[in-house]
Design a protein around this ligand. Structure first.
Ligand code: FES
Length: 153
């Protein structure tokens, strides 16, 4: 590829990010550019998938020690704000006990992101509902770990 081509791509990317900054907070932009909890987890202690009313799906995976979340990952087929909401849900969950993680509502996610545009507010709800379902999955399989073998993918 030519240097001119690389430069043109860089300029397009910079202009996309500039436009996004007019709409989204810096916290959203940061997580969009670096969704560090995006990805699957092998043998999680908790896992759940939810499809929201818009048709987007999110799966969250949790690794637990003594009822405390020590790691979290998520995947989604949703848009940029769904990825950002999933990233924030994982970020807020890591280090919390189950009881505290249940408090991560859509409002908490939105507040932690300094807000989302109205049309994207439901992405935070999808992330918070998926997290709660994942905690429920952990609790239900905690005393019967064999159940994890029969989980629906
Ligand atoms: Fe549907 Fe984000 S657009 S969850």
């Amino acid at each position: 590829m030519s240097v001119e081509f690389d430069k043109a791509i860089e300029e397009i990317q910079a202009s996309i990010i500039r436009d996004a900054r007019k709409i989204y907070s810096e916290k959203v932009i940061e997580r969009w550019l670096n969704p560090k909890y995006f990805g699957e987890m092998e043998n999680p202690h908790g896992r759940a998938t939810i499809t929201g009313p818009c048709g987007d799906t999110m799966t969250i995976f949790l690794e637990m020690i003594d009822d405390k979340i020590i790691d979290a990952r998520f995947v989604t087929d949703g848009c940029m704000t769904t990825i950002v909401a999933g990233t924030m849900a994982c970020e807020l969950a890591i280090g919390r006990t189950i009881k505290d993680a249940y408090k991560i509502s859509d409002e908490v996610i939105l507040e932690s992101l300094d807000g989302l545009p109205d049309e994207s507010v439901h992405c935070a709800l999808l992330a918070s509902n998926t997290l709660k379902e994942t905690l429920a999955d952990y609790l239900s399989s905690k005393n019967e770990p064999w159940r994890r073998l029969y989980r629906k993918k």
